[in-house]
Ligand binder design. Structure first.
Ligand SMILES: [Zn+2]
Length: 286
């Protein structure tokens, strides 16, 4: 594959040209560097202060070296929900926007998809790049902003926005970018934290502190998502992180008492129940 068929200038959306020291946009007269073989298709000087703070926060986050890339039980659940909604991923092009550790990218690439894994934090991308090279997976790692995507119009069959929207100061722009880069019949997975009013009252304060610390700007429910994603049809909705799971997970941090698989299985029994959950996952089809 030629990456130039997929990427464009994040600012003016013009075609880029490969230069010795990166990718060049003639319209903006700007060079985008490549660091450790990862294209940096973002101008860090121009991103909002909140996002700059977020980069610093996630830079400090410890990355656990996990050469076999074993998935946590909840991560398996997310992958299973994706493939239940969108079983046909072979030879499809997917954008995992805000890939983080990259577990979704890895699992979908294993199923034969070509995945573009994007993030503003370079650290996770470097590690993901290593994994994809070692395992010979079709994953392209790109450092960019969700609010200014460096991809051509109607490029992707599927788009994943997993715990990203709530971090973005320019949410409207990010949604317009999703609409622009997705194909006319694309599938979309959105995961966001659930509105306070549906949370167990016991956990509202702890969630409030967590939101402040990690930089969540807002919370959602499926109605809010459906209103924001006009032109998309909601296909399925799930709720995760119910009371029992939160309690047992908190206890497990202190001493590992409960079995992770059992916690996850119990939580999944309630995946259609909104009350006292923590997150909402919405699958859309255009
Ligand atoms: Zn440009």
């Amino acid at each position: 594959m030629n990456i130039l068929d997929y990427i464009c200038c994040p600012v003016c959306k013009s075609n880029l040209e490969k230069k010795e020291r990166g990718f060049f946009c003639f319209d903006c007269n700007k060079n985008y560097e490549i660091m450790d073989e990862i294209p940096i298709l973002v101008d860090f000087k121009k991103i909002p202060d909140h996002s700059a703070g977020q980069i610093n926060y996630f830079k400090k986050e410890k990355i656990i070296e996990n050469p076999e890339f074993k998935l946590d039980e909840w991560q398996k659940g997310y992958v299973e929900k994706f493939t239940a909604n969108f079983p046909d991923v072979k030879n499809k092009t997917i954008l995992d926007c805000g890939a983080g550790s990259g577990y979704m990218s890895v699992e979908l690439a294993k199923k034969g998809a070509t995945v573009f894994a994007c993030d503003l934090t370079l650290k996770g991308l470097k590690r993901l790049k290593k994994i994809s090279v070692n395992s010979n997976l079709a994953i392209k790692t790109i450092c960019c902003s969700a609010e200014e995507l460096p991809f051509k119009n109607e490029t992707f069959d599927y788009f994943i926005s997993n715990a990203v929207l709530e971090h973005l100061p320019r949410e409207k722009e990010a949604i317009a970018e999703i609409n622009r880069v997705c194909k006319k019949d694309a599938g979309l997975m959105i995961t966001v934290p659930l509105n306070y009013k549906f949370l167990n009252p016991l956990f509202i304060s702890i969630n409030w502190f967590h939101d402040k610390r990690i930089g969540h700007l807002r919370r959602y429910d499926e109605k809010k998502l459906i209103n924001k994603f006009t032109g998309w049809n909601a296909q399925d909705v799930y709720y995760t992180g119910h009371t029992k799971k939160v309690l047992k997970t908190l206890i497990n941090i202190v001493a590992e008492v409960f079995n992770e698989l059992k916690i996850e299985k119990d939580d999944r029994k309630k995946e259609k129940l909104k009350l006292w959950a923590s997150n909402v996952i919405c699958f859309f089809r255009r």
